[in-house]
Design a protein around this ligand. Sequence first.
Ligand code: 6CS
Ligand code: FE
Length: 296
Amino acid sequence: MTTAVTDHYPTRNDVAIGIEPRRDPVVWTPDGNSGPLGPGDVSRFDADGFLAVNTLLDPDVVADLRNELDNLRADAALAADERSICERDSGQIRSIFEVHRISPAFAALVADPRLVGPARQLLGSDVYVHQSRVNFKPGFNGREFYWHSDFETWHAEDGMPGPRAVSVSVALTENLDSNGSLMIMPGSHRWFVSCPGQTPPDHYRSSLKQQEIGTPDDGSLTWLADQHGIRQITGPAGSAVFFDSNCMHGSSSNITPYPRSNVFIVYNSVQNTLVEPFGADAPRPTFIASRTFDPV
Ligand code: 6CS
Ligand code: FE
C-alpha cells in the first residue's frame, strides 16, 4: 500500500487561487556544507532565487556545444522525434528535450562540476537530472515562454513533491535585452502561486509550444511584479544562471535576427523524487520528466 503524499502546494483543479508563502527552504545546505559557491553567492541565491554567472563555460566548450546545437537542429530523424517541439506558427524547432541522453556533449555538460557542484551544494544532497532541453528561440520567429513557475508544472503534472530542484540555463548564443532573454522576478520563489484551470489530457503537446494552464492569473502576477520587480538576465555565450524551481519567470518573443539559444538542465534532489502527479490524471512522458533517479 503506497503511503499518500501530502500535497503542500495545491494548484489547478478548482483550488482557490492564491499566493501562499513557500513551505520549504530555498537553500538546503546544512550550515557549513562545502561546495564551489561562496557564502555570498549562496545567500544571494537564497534571497533572490537565482544566481547569474558571467563566464561559467570556456569559449572552446561553448563552441563545441554550438556545433552540437547545429548538428541536432539539422538531424531530420530528430526533427520527427517527439522530443523535438516546433514553434506553433513558423514550424521551426523551438525545443529539444532530453539532450543529455541524445548527445554526448550535453551528457558531459550535465556532469560538469561547474554545473552539478552548485546544484548539490544548494540542494544539500545528491542530484539527478529531472529534465534537460535546448530552447532555440530562433531569430524573428522564437515565440515567448509566458510567466510561470516551473515547480507548479512539475508538481501538478510530474508529481514533484517539493521545490527542491534547481535549473541551470547556459547561454549558447548571446542573451541580449532585445532577443527574448530570461526575465525573473527576484524573490518570487518564496511564494507559491496556485494557478486556475484543469490540466487537459496530454497537456504537454500544447503547453510546450504555448503554456496557458499552469500560468498565474493577472492579479497574482501584478502583485508579484509590484512586490519584487522584474530582472532581465543577459550575458554572453558561456554565461549562465542558476535559478530555483519556483521562481516566477518568462521570456518574450524574439523578433531580432539574433537567436537566443540556451541549454537548460534541471537538477532535482534525490530526496525529492517524483510520485504521482498532484494535478493531472497521468504523468508526463519520461523525456520531459525523468522517472529514473540515478544520481549524477
Ligand atoms: O513544462 C515544462 O517542464 C517546461 N515548461 C516551461 C515553460 N519551463 C520549464 C520546462 O521547460
Ligand atoms: Fe520555465
